[in-house]
Design a protein around this ligand. Structure first.
Ligand code: ADP
Length: 910
């Protein structure tokens, strides 16, 4: 111990690769120096001072028995914490060693009921030399020139362990987003790929940990996987991706190395392929606000809206289903049949939910049992939850649900083994066991012969003590006598002051209190020794038996996970059925791709807070592309999102918010909608918009659903319209998927007469010609609208009346002069510019007399001379201003500025 305690601390810390070190010093775990300051600030502890090696250091400590909650709190705040335990060597000297490192992905005692995934991502190593290439792919969305990627996601708190291989960086990012890992282990090639890592961490709070590259080596990883999951695993489950095996192996090595030791609960490797699931890229998951809103709140998300689950595992599974909708009809039909049955049988459902309400989180408990951290109370919870199975089974098989697929949810469970385990636990653990497992009083009588004998002797000795006071009273004629026990004095006889002098000589005095005296007797001391011996023996034996029992339970991890999974599944079905029944949702009819027919559809989230106006939607092979027009705020986005969400919900196996719906099963949903938050993050909206569009155009197939909201808005009008035009053609001609496209480029609506499958719809408003405030009707009708209602929105947004009024005047003036859409032909008269469908360019519409001018943005021709440059500039700014995305104050300033510019122009009488 020559280096002093703080020296030791620093030496261990340097080896630990952790943010903080908790070092055991006797009954406390201590943090020293900077770590002490940090922990004290985070956890509201007070620091004291420790002298070591001639200097003073801050010190903060927590009792050994209370380390867990402090560790959990620190790790949940994003720190990795190493724990050094104290050991005694043969010579009786103490030494300390790091026994584990707790990181966000290996935190066993999490207080959060959400899944806690640890992810590993591996790309082929030679990609490491091509950082720029793969980085570009990650940000360009779908270039497809990087990858493939092997991915593994493990939740050590539940034992879930999923692996897959995907083709490119985008899909890898999308999977990461879907699982939302708390910690990410990038493989050797990925750790140098900043763009990839940025893309993942941009959208999740994942802590990136650079684990030793050896762990990702194919041979080592393969060995780790076969050792964990058995020889046949990789082959029998059809996992032939070396990259995925490497990712899985790295996770196993990492978990082992941090010392949490939960590997026993990872019983099953579940490979999955993208083919089973609907493709939902990261952007779409966010745009559709599946688990959180665009602002990052969980309230207001689809999950929060439809969640009526009773259990944490149920909620985790519902989240998994919503973020990973499926494509296989068999699974979806089974889910729909189950929801249908429960929706129709309200009473059964209610009873089932009441039963499920009592279920503990078996998946988590299985992990805690396997890692040796579960106490007697946890085993009791397991017993109680296993005890629910007969009730659940009876509910599923005896009544209205019997003909549904619901009873089969229990098929995977070895019910006999579950009943045996329940009985074993019921025979073992007492009703109210103590928190600690080392001090006995955990087991019932009859569980173990030797223990019974010990208990009997222990109880007898305690009974002797219990009766002692009465016996002393009788024998010695005393009235104020009691027998007590405390830590310093052990057992003692306490006699009231008035009688203290009357005690027999055999009493030896140990302490005087205010009104009484304490004594011991030889016999009492003898009994005390016996009790202590018995207590120690009992504590040891019970702990031994408890560990045995915990191992017996741990050996049944797979069973517990099966039961936990079944309970979660039933909980999700009940939740979906509850929501469907109380919101008038209907069962969708699944169909082949190329059909989407919704009667009176609603937006699942918006309908909760608004008097919602339902709308129909029909898309098929002949008319699969709708251009949606209408004023700002009229409901275009809502209409399109509701189509996406109804499709998604149907492919989750849920009922949908509509009166009737036929949903062709799609292979992916792609969206591109407003990018406000990217703007806030300092990324160019237009760049993001184009990346998203590019991804869609690369990835969508003729079986996909594409939702585009105002593509091309982020650039100058003519650029934007050209891009929107070209994208429409490409989607229509080359991809051939279903598409809903909201646009404020009314020129695009002319496409309907040129492209077979394109149709126009618009969201209707009232009063549009009266000059009064328009009323949003929220009904979607056939045909296009040709107006823009920006000033109305400015009014709604609270822009002051003088500005709105003046804007109306200006607009009126501009309109009357056809200035908004017009541009001089060069022949003296202003003429309307129209979009030429053949050339895809603007030209002056002067009954064919005008030559094909290029887009009006081009001011190189003589037409530009017709206008004062100030007017030109106001016009183009007015056109380019995105009312939705401009804050009212800024809008006001702009309008003011335009007024000033125009009034100068008027004065100069252009
Ligand atoms: P847009 O995309 O046309 O600008 P949004 O879809 O964002 O309009 O809708 C604007 C507002 O109208 C939203 O606040 C939404 O809640 C409400 N809304 C949209 N559609 C409906 C509807 N069918 N019934 C009731 N309210 C609706």
């Amino acid at each position: 111990m020559s280096q002093g305690i703080v020296g030791q601390f620093h030496a261990l810390k340097a080896d630990s690769d952790a943010d903080l070190l908790a070092m055991q010093c006797g009954d406390f775990y201590e943090f020293f120096d900077d770590d002490a300051e940090c922990v004290a600030a985070e956890l509201d502890l007070t620091t004291s001072t420790k002298s070591s090696g001639g200097e003073s250091y801050p010190m903060a400590g927590v009792p050994v028995s209370e380390l867990t909650p402090y560790l959990t709190a620190l790790v949940e705040r994003g720190y990795t914490v190493a724990v050094a335990d104290q050991f005694e060597d043969e010579g009786g000297d103490f030494y300390r060693e790091i026994t584990r490192r707790v990181t966000p992905g290996t935190l066993l005692e999490t207080t959060d009921s959400d899944a806690q995934y640890l992810a590993a991502v591996v790309a082929p190593d030679d990609a490491a030399t091509n950082t720029a290439g793969s980085a570009a792919a990650a940000s360009n969305h779908g270039d497809g020139d990087s990858g493939p990627y092997g991915l593994a996601f493990a939740d050590i708190t539940t034992g879930q362990f999923l692996v897959t291989e995907v083709d490119n960086a985008d899909s890898a990012v999308a999977e990461c987003y879907r699982f939302d890992p708390v910690e990410l282990l990038p493989g050797p090639a990925v750790r140098t790929d900043d763009a990839f890592l940025d893309a993942v961490t941009d959208r999740s709070d994942a802590e990136v940990t650079l684990h030793t590259t050896d762990a990702f080596a194919p041979g080592r990883a393969n060995h780790a996987v076969t050792e964990q999951f058995g020889d046949e695993t990789a082959d029998s489950i059809g996992l032939d991706s070396e990259l995925a095996v490497r990712a899985a192996g790295a996770i196993l090595a990492y978990v082992a190395e941090t010392g949490v030791g939960v590997r026993q609960s990872m019983t099953r490797l579940q490979p999955y392929t993208a083919d089973d699931h609907l493709t939902l890229d990261a952007t779409t998951q966010r745009n559709l606000e599946l688990v959180e809103t665009m602002q990052g709140d969980s309230a207001g998300s689809l999950l929060a809206t439809v969640d009526h689950t009773e259990t944490s595992p149920g909620r985790r599974l519902l989240r998994e289903w919503l973020t990973r909708p499926r494509r296989d009809r068999a699974t979806l039909d089974r889910r729909l049949d189950s929801v249908d049955a429960l929706a129709a049988a309200a009473l059964c459902r209610q009873r089932l939910q009441e039963t499920l309400d009592g279920a503990a989180d078996l998946e988590r408990l299985a992990s805690r049992v396997a890692s040796g951290s579960a106490g007697a109370n946890e085993l009791l919870s397991i017993r109680e939850t296993l005890g629910l199975l007969p009730d659940i089974a009876a509910e599923l098989t005896d009544g209205d649900l019997a003909d549904s697929p619901l009873p089969s949810v229990l098929d995977d469970i070895d019910r006999e083994a579950a009943a045996d385990l329940r009985e074993t636990l019921a025979d073992a653990i007492v009703k109210d066991p103590p928190q600690t497992v080392t001090q006995g009083e955990l087991f019932k009588r009859g569980y173990h012969d030797e223990l019974d004998e010990l208990i009997e002797r222990h109880e007898a000795a305690k009974e002797w003590i219990d009766g002692l006071a009465d016996r002393l009273k009788q024998r010695h004629g005393l009235s104020h006598v009691s027998v007590g026990r405390n830590k310093t004095d052990g057992y003692y006889v306490q006699v009231g002051q008035s009688e203290a002098d009357a005690v027999p000589d055999s009493f030896s005095h140990v302490k005087t209190l205010k009104n009484s005296k304490r004594f011991v007797t030889d016999e009492l001391a003898e009994r005390e020794r016996e009790i202590l011996r018995l207590e120690e023996q009992r504590g040891e034996l019970e702990y031994e038996l408890f560990e045995e029992l915990r191992e017996t339970v741990a050996a049944q991890s797979a069973l517990l996970q099966d039961v936990g999974r079944a309970i979660a599944e039933l909980d999700v079905y009940c939740s979906l059925a509850t929501h469907a029944a109380s919101n008038g949702w209907c069962r969708p009819t699944l169909a082949d791709p190329g059909e989407l027919d919704i009667d009176a559809g609603r937006h699942p989230v918006v309908e909760q807070t608004t008097e919602f106006v339902p709308n129909d939607l029909r898309l098929d092979r002949d008319r699969g592309f709708l251009l949606v027009t209408g004023p700002n705020m009229s409901g275009k986005s809502t209409y399109m999102r509701q189509a996406a969400l109804i499709t998604l919900l149907a492919q989750v196996g849920s009922f949908v918010p509509a009166d009737a719906a036929t949903v062709g099963v799609v292979d992916g949903i792609y969206t591109r909608v407003g990018a406000l938050d990217e703007l806030a993050q300092g990324r160019s909206t237009f760049m993001v918009e184009m990346q998203e569009l590019s991804n869609i155009l690369h990835s969508a197939t003729d079986e996909s659903l594409v939702i585009l909201d105002e593509v091309g808005r982020g650039t100058a009008t003519y650029d934007g319209i050209s891009i929107a035009w070209a994208a429409t053609e490409y989607i229509h001609n080359r991809i051939g998927c279903h598409c809903l496209f909201a646009t404020h480029y009314h020129e695009l609506t002319a496409l309907a007469s040129h492209l077979d499958r394109v149709g126009n719809v618009h969201v209707a408003v009232a009063n549009e010609d009266s000059g009064e405030d328009i009323t949003f009707l929220r009904t979607v009708e056939e045909g296009a609208t040709d107006r823009s209602y920006g000033i109305h929105v400015a009014d709604l947004a609270g822009v002051p009346e003088p500005v709105v009024g003046r804007a109306r005047d200006v607009l009126e003036k501009l309109r009357s002069e056809k200035a908004v859409e017009a541009k001089g032909s060069g022949a003296g008269e202003p003429t309307q510019a129209v979009f030429d469908l053949n050339s895809g360019e603007f030209r002056a519409a002067d009954n064919g007399a005008a030559s094909n001018t290029s887009a009006p943005a081009d001011t190189g021709d003589d037409a530009a001379d017709e206008f004062d440059p100030a007017v030109e500039s106001v016009l183009s700014e007015l056109q380019a201003t995105d009312i939705d995305e401009t804050p009212p104050v800024e809008l006001m300033a702009k309008v003011q500025q335009w007024q000033e510019q125009l009034s100068t122009t008027e004065r100069s009488e252009y």
